[in-house]
Design a protein around this ligand. Structure first.
Ligand code: ATP
Length: 306
């Protein structure tokens, strides 16, 4: 028996850092936006080794751990525990299109897809709310990977409110060499804050962005995109400045580092503008790969269960 689920990567249309919490996490206020770069997760009963075997194929997977260190395996264990199963006798295969450690929540997408696929494989009555609770225990972005669309996230990002949007947004995604670790980028932000180079945002400043999303005009939306983590990512990877400048020079409405980076994303006026921008950016040689993606995309969804 096999179930297959796909889950989207995300960009943060707004990522505001409100401050460091006593537990070491940062309180944030963000607007998540799921895009059409998706990972696929296949779960099969038994299979080779009959454990939580994880094999990963696709986009630059050398640094993705196999076995229980993979967040998909942790998702399987967490769901099995809630379902009262001792041994999740399952093989997990992941086919990645979302770049790894690149600020697009690829691991979170795999965890969300694993939860949805295993609920179907095991025929569990686990509700969506229960699944969201398990997702939040796995990582801050996992609940949004389940939900998809566009949503405001508070707390560590795990408390979600869907956002109404009239827009279909066309993105050009510029993949970078190497990875950036999310905790290291947050630590860089802390250092910049200590030295007075950045200041914490206030929680309720996204009104104009939310209004722009309701109106659906990409030009208006472009004016309100913001990522408080961008200076921290640029401090660790100054070469990203050149990628952002190139995208803007080539006609993007806006460009920013995606989440903790190092992926850079550009908003285009239309599908045609995005395809042209993607071609020109690829030709400029500033990125290791360029993709066109559309948002909002749906959250983790089952495509096969038999
Ligand atoms: P986020 O934006 O959610 O902070 P990210 O998109 O920057 O995360 P991920 O692709 O989720 O980064 O990977 C972060 C790290 O998690 C990787 O360096 C890798 O070692 C580990 N990891 C564990 N499981 C996975 C997985 N299924 N896919 C990708 N990385 C994984």
């Amino acid at each position: 028996m096999t179930s297959i689920c796909v889950a989207p990567g995300k960009v943060n249309l707004s990522l505001r850092i409100l401050g460091l919490r006593p537990d070491g996490y940062h309180d944030i206020s963000t607007v998540f936006h799921a895009v059409s770069l998706t990972d696929e997760v296949r779960v099969t009963r038994g299979g080779p080794g009959a454990g939580r075997v994880v094999t990963t194929m696709g986009e630059r997977v050398e640094s993705v751990p196999s076995g229980d260190a993979n967040i998909a395996a942790r998702a399987a264990l967490a769901l099995a525990r809630v379902a009262g199963m001792d041994d999740p006798d399952v093989t997990i295969d992941i086919i990645k299109a979302i770049p790894v450690a690149a600020g697009m929540a690829g691991g979170s997408a795999d965890a969300a897809a694993t939860l949805v696929a295993l609920r179907a494989l095991w025929g569990l009555a686990t509700t969506d709310d229960e699944l969201t609770g398990i997702a939040a225990s796995l990582g801050s972005d996992v609940p949004f990977s389940l939900l998809g669309g566009t949503a405001k996230g508070t707390g560590r990002g795990e408390i979600l409110t869907p956002v109404l949007t009239a827009a279909t947004l066309h993105w050009v995604v510029a993949l970078s060499e190497g990875e950036l670790s999310t905790p290291e980028v947050y630590a860089a932000w802390d250092r910049l804050a200590e030295s007075g180079h950045v200041v914490a945002s206030s929680a309720d400043v996204d009104g104009p962005l939310l209004a722009a999303l309701r109106h659906g005009d990409p030009r208006e939306i472009a004016r309100h995109l913001v990522n408080d983590l961008e200076p921290a990512a640029l401090s660790l990877r100054p070469s990203l400045r050149g990628v952002l400048d190139m995208g803007l020079e080539l006609g993007a409405l806006a460009g920013m580092v995606s989440g903790s980076g190092p992926t850079c994303v550009f908003l285009a006026e239309s599908r045609d503008a995005a395809i042209n921008l993607a071609a020109e950016l690829a030709g400029a040689g500033v990125a290791r790969g360029v993709r066109h993606a559309v948002g909002p995309a749906p959250g983790a969804r089952l495509v096969l269960s038999r």
